[in-house]
Ligand binder design. Structure first.
Ligand SMILES: NC(=O)c1ccc[n+]([C@@H]2O[C@H](COP(=O)([O-])OP(=O)(O)OC[C@H]3O[C@@H](n4cnc5c(N)ncnc54)[C@H](OP(=O)(O)O)[C@@H]3O)[C@@H](O)[C@H]2O)c1
Length: 437
């Protein structure tokens, strides 16, 4: 092979970064791979919109199907996003003998197995470093650098939009809605922000990381997912007064008979490293039995950081081709015959400490009603905070921090509290992870 010929699907944010990086850094890349990368084709919805890029020698059209079959393409780079038609196009590319590189976390997390099996059948590579945490090389780190470890846990901040919103709410004392609007204005949040703020994007990435860490098929549907819409500025202030910050965390733990997989707003101590990850940055912490905890931090999205990860996959591919290898590393780390699903624990079995915020009528006896509900579910209280902060004309905020207890007992208590005449609205509950790095 004299060069690696690339066909790209889509010409949006990430694709523009890939096109410019290959042109700008091409010579240095060729010195590292021995095989130059050459962008030969782009197929996208609006081929006339080329964003002022230098695309000399690149055929640009709207025929996405033809690109997946083209004789002059060795690898299809999918940067369109979405499940359909991306899945159909990548299956076609693999069946036509192309390797595939994608940044599409939704596709890998939800339909990945179909693609992995097709890649294996055709002896082609399917790479997806850019699908998790942008420039941060976390897929490679778990799959290769930590490959000899039993992974015990993974936790991290995998969505820059949510982390930006939570950071800004704390630093500027703004509400969720005000901060979201600001993030949208600055281009950090989509017009429809639900994938980000409802935790779906983080869960897609967690599904991919846990699959690689434990040699299981990606299992997005079994992840317990909560987003950050219900976090208020007063939660952030209460947390700060108690020595905590609120972060949207992806958490995966290997437990006795399966996995714990969850995405949730979480109180983490201000002294932890994860609490120091601010703004649009991402960070992942991986604990291996021999390596201990390692941390990976960087820009998790954006044109250039994401392009860096896509082109890194192309560099790997070129090096493999140079060495005469169709494929070197199994995409989910273990050999395909050793992939096996692990049961995922029900969230009801989770044990942790909780932060509970209630709006209560300010009169004698209310506290006793609430504490007796908690006691009847075997939940003991670590601290109660009530500073007479009015949340409405007739209610004040009450914050309770519990010792470790079972999620199902906490949920039963919350349901009982909601039924009390003295409690207004839905209680807010946030899990606490005091022991994180
Ligand atoms: N942006 C990031 O920071 C980032 C980070 C990590 C991973 N990713 C992933 O990378 C992928 C691309 O993201 P992006 O932000 O670059 O998206 P984007 O800016 O929306 O670009 C998508 C491109 O694909 C084209 N396209 C979409 N559907 C198409 C179809 N059915 N047929 C032909 N062309 C189609 C779009 O054309 P039109 O513009 O004409 O619609 C556009 O050129 C996604 O899977 C995303 O999850 C993105």
């Amino acid at each position: 092979m004299k060069e690696l010929r690339i066909g790209m699907l889509g010409l949006g944010t990430v694709a523009r970064g890939v096109a410019s990086m290959i042109r700008r850094n091409g010579q240095g890349i060729a010195h590292r791979t021995g095989i130059p990368l050459r962008l030969v084709r782009i197929a996208t919805r609006n081929p006339g919109k080329t964003w002022g890029l230098n695309l000399e020698g690149v055929r640009v059209d709207a025929d996405v199907d033809a690109l997946t079959r083209a004789d002059d393409v060795d690898v299809v780079v999918e940067l369109m996003g979405g499940l359909d038609p991306a899945e159909r196009l990548l299956l076609s590319a693999l069946d036509h003998g192309k390797h595939v590189v994608t940044a599409n976390k939704a596709l890998i997390a939800e339909r990945g197995m179909n693609l992995f099996e097709t890649a294996q059948k055709n002896n082609r590579e399917l790479s997806f470093e850019a699908a998790v945490a942008g420039a941060v090389p976390i897929v490679k780190a778990i799959r290769e650098s930590l490959a000899a470890n039993h992974i015990e846990s993974i936790h991290g901040i995998l969505n820059g939009t949510c982390n930006y919103i939570l950071t800004e709410m704390r630093e500027r004392g703004l509400s969720f809605d005000q901060t979201l609007a600001d993030a949208q204005k600055k281009g950090y949040a989509e017009a429809d922000p639900s994938f980000d703020v409802d935790g779906i994007d983080t869960a897609h990435k967690l599904a991919i990381l846990s699959a690689i860490a434990w040699g299981t098929p990606p299992d997005f549907r079994s992840i317990h997912v909560e987003g950050i819409r219900r976090i208020t500025d007063s939660d952030i202030t209460w947390a700060a007064e108690m020595g905590y910050r609120i972060k949207l965390l992806a958490i995966a733990k290997r437990r006795d008979h399966g996995l714990e997989l969850r995405v949730q707003p979480t109180l983490v101590t201000v002294s932890s490293m994860v609490s120091q990850v601010e703004g649009v940055f991402n960070a992942v912490f991986v604990k291996g039995d021999y390596a201990g905890t390692t941390m990976y931090h960087g820009r998790g999205a954006g044109e250039q950081p994401t392009a860096s990860a896509v082109v890194a996959d192309l560099v790997d591919l070129a090096r493999n081709q140079g060495a005469g290898l169709a494929s070197r590393v199994p995409p989910l780390s273990v050999m395909p015959q050793h992939l096996s699903p692990l049961p995922v624990h029900d969230i009801a079995d989770l044990k942790c400490e909780y932060y509970v915020r209630l709006a209560v009528v300010d009169r004698p006896g209310v506290l006793a009603e609430i504490t007796s509900i908690l006691a009847s579910h075997g939940i003991s209280i670590d601290a109660i905070h009530q500073k007479g902060r009015a949340v409405s004309q007739e209610a004040v905020a009450l914050v309770i921090v519990t010792h470790e207890c079972l999620e199902k007992e906490m949920q039963a208590s919350l349901a009982a509290m909601e039924r009390l005449e003295s409690v207004r609205g839905k209680p807010m509950v946030i899990r606490m992870e005091s022991g994180l790095t």
